[in-house]
Design a protein around this ligand. Structure first.
Ligand SMILES: Nc1ncnc2c1ncn2[C@@H]1O[C@H](COP(=O)(O)OP(=O)(O)O)[C@@H](O)[C@H]1O
Ligand SMILES: [Mg+2]
Length: 377
């Protein structure tokens, strides 16, 4: 495919591990990824972004603005690296889709208090790169009464749906989200999607606290622990898991204090490694139960996001879902780590084409909406 235009998608999700960038050629609704680059957040920026996720501290407005500047500069440097790597210049790129960093997410309120907030400075990114930037993808859907999330199911459908089979796509980022794709030939059934609950956010937090590592590589530490059934049961009582669709969540709910509150209810504290095993089982159980509840007819389960590299988590999913063993998306058209960033390149293309990017059946919005705001180069 040589037709079409080049876009760059930038994603930094709720894991807050860093930024993924893809260069993608997009023609009509077809997408071909040509290159990928990523950059870990510097530890100070990561700590500040994490701190800004919850209320407290002083001068949050000032600090949020500085963090947004810092994020935009990191994104700018990553874009320049990607262009240099590919021998391209700014004028070759039609637009960047820049998600920004979610720090608050409370959509779906009908009393005027709903909003979703992604720290970003798209004006600075346009200045830094000389490329059109599309940003703030979620606000319009929230303004239309939707969750503003997840936004990836439409892209998952474009990429992974099959003519005769129902496919589920599970993204294991900081938060887990599922896209439920009916067979492509079934034009009557809408694509659905929602956030299942925590994926890596709590696992990373616990690995950081007890191993001093950003994450539990391959889930090896969790694999050597024993699931604490009492803690698991307490965690699974979280009302979010039983909420009807549409729904979305974030670190606003699944944060360190959420875990601490449940640990405090136990008579006997489990060892740290057993807590990690329990958190891994919680992720696997909440995702598997969501799939069995909402799309038991699924014939395949494709997995993307960093969690696809967590062998222990994948094993747990395999045990819970023997009929649809989890398969990383790598063998199905797009490496697991590139899917989300590519979705935002695609959403930028839809924005410039003035085509709606949301799926009201997923987000609960009143209707189709063009997503994103353009910051011209
Ligand atoms: N080799 C690995 N083993 C275990 N977990 C991993 C590995 N690589 C990445 N991860 C997990 O994936 C996360 C990043 O996934 P990502 O898809 O970027 O999430 P997000 O979209 O929330 O940023 C890391 O924080 C880590 O928890
Ligand atoms: Mg990430």
């Amino acid at each position: 495919m040589q037709q079409g235009a080049l876009y760059i998608g930038l994603m930094s999700g709720t894991s807050m591990d860093g930024i993924d960038a893809v260069l993608a050629r997009i023609h009509d609704r077809q997408v071909q990824v040509q290159a990928h680059a990523c950059a870990d957040f510097d530890p100070a920026l990561r700590a500040e972004l994490l701190a800004l996720n919850s209320a407290g501290g002083t001068d949050e407005l000032h600090r949020a603005a500085l963090a947004a500047n810092s994020l935009a500069r990191s994104c700018g440097a990553l874009v320049r690296r990607l262009l240099a790597q590919e021998g391209l210049a700014a004028e070759h790129i039609t637009a960047i889709g820049a998600h920004g960093q979610t720090v608050r997410h409370q959509p779906g309120m009908h009393d005027g208090t709903g909003y979703t907030l992604q720290l970003n400075n798209p004006a600075l990114l346009a200045e830094e790169t000389g490329i059109d930037v599309v940003a703030d993808f979620r606000s319009r859907d929230v303004a239309a009464g939707g969750q503003g999330a997840p936004l990836v199911p439409a892209f998952h459908a474009a990429l992974f749906s099959r003519p005769h089979e129902a496919v589920a796509v599970l993204n294991l980022g900081g938060i887990a989200n599922l896209s439920l794709l009916p067979p492509g030939e079934d034009h009557g059934t809408p694509v659905r999607g929602f956030d299942c609950g925590p994926a890596n956010a709590l696992l990373d937090h616990w690995a950081q606290r007890h191993l001093g590592q950003a994450y539990d590589a391959q889930g090896a530490w969790a694999a050597g622990g024993k699931v604490d059934t009492e803690l698991l049961a307490l965690c699974l009582q979280e009302p979010y898991f039983a909420l009807p669709l549409p729904k979305s969540t974030g670190r606003d709910l699944f944060h360190a204090q959420w875990l601490d509150a449940r640990l405090a209810q136990l008579q006997v504290a489990p060892g740290p490694q057993d807590v990690q095993a329990t958190l891994a089982e919680l992720t696997a159980r909440s995702c598997a139960e969501a799939l069995l509840r909402h799309a038991p007819q699924s014939q395949a389960l494709l997995v993307c996001g960093g969690g696809a590299r967590n062998a222990d988590l994948m094993d747990r999913l395999r045990r819970l879902l023997p009929a649809t063993p989890p398969e990383p998306t790598d063998a199905h058209g797009l490496p697991a780590q590139q899917v989300e960033a590519t979705a935002f390149a695609w959403l930028a293309h839809l924005c410039l084409s003035r085509v709606a990017g949301n799926l009201p059946a997923v987000t609960g919005a009143r209707g189709l909406r063009v997503l994103g705001a353009l910051h011209p180069r």
